[in-house]
Design a protein around this ligand. Sequence first.
Ligand code: FE2
Ligand code: FE2
Length: 415
Amino acid sequence: MTITETSPSRTIDIETLSFTSGAHMLLKRALRDLPVGGRLGVRASATGASATGTSATDFALHLRGWCREQGHEFVEGDDQFVAWVVRGAASLGRWRGAERAGLSDARENGAVCATPPADWGFAARGAAIEAGGPGFYYPLYTKEQVWAENLPKLYAQAVAAQWNPQTAINWDAPFAPDEEMERAVAQVMTYLIENENAALQAPARFIAQIHPHFREVLQLLAVQIADEARHVEVFTRRATLRGGEMGLSTVSGRQSLKTLLDEPDFALASFLLSVLGEGTFLNLLWFLERHAPDPVTRQVARLVSQDEARHVAFGVGHLQYQLATDPALRERLATAVVRRHEALSQTAGLNEEVFDALILLAAGSWRAEDIAAGYARAQTLKDEMRAGREARLEKLGFSGAEAAELSALHTRNFM
Ligand SMILES: [Fe+2]
Ligand SMILES: [Fe+2]
């Protein structure tokens, strides 16, 4: 096959290629760079019966039909050419008026649109979008609602930090058998799993509401959900490592967590879940990493806390982003905490079994002085949780006094 330049015309020798074996590919390629009205002389050497059963006449017939379909003009050829194909304006077809859906790389200027049209649907960011098509509906369709300044970096970190529960944790690490300690560990794990289930489902509800143009948000949330799935696994595995039973799930715990799943607003849900809930959870995981009596629990807590820190960072990051253009959101966030507090005011808060188990784990034994030390550590944990919440609230622009007030209204279930 040869293409010869004789501007504004060019010629192509299609040789024995037929339309049933890809001739259209070569024709399209040869026409691609011709201007509208430019001419392409087509030579073909199919004469009589070729290997593909195509004669020159058949080829010309096919070519005529193809031209009609593609919006080109077909001009009868002479001795040399089967035909001349004149590039038609309609041949731009689906590309004509196609709009670029931003740019794939979020770091490029203007890559991410502020309000991408809903009918871009699942199209890749950066794709040329053929006009028309089905109507999509995305309640979360503005960049302001979902984006974070640190988003591409957070996603890269999240992917790089994935770990395999089977190999990342030394499940065989030796520690002395102690039935009561195991029961306390199982109680804490049972509580943690319940919280993880909430942390998995609450953001999952929003994924299908977010415009796919904001792909890093979808990707990050998908990885976050995979993190939570892994947390459920490792906590379950630790709870039953020595053959013990799961602990108690209380009504008040479920009441507290259900309010997270019931929150229909993405900003408010991620504030309650990621900033306040997972933020508070971080302190709990650090506590377990420091004070759990066995090495497996400590390892599990350390790995999970690394993931949770990212979840908190995205929650804080995307709310900061939204607050920068919508400061009125701050008032709605505060109201959400008050509303949740009121909804839970008749509930018992954190179950005593969990708190006592935390004291015992931090004590490490039943000796009176160890229990006293464990109790003091558990009190310190509450102080650290409060201080952590206040610091995160201040990152969102709340004053010290507002932060203290809102932090005090946070659920006693921790999450
Ligand atoms: Fe988690
Ligand atoms: Fe999380």
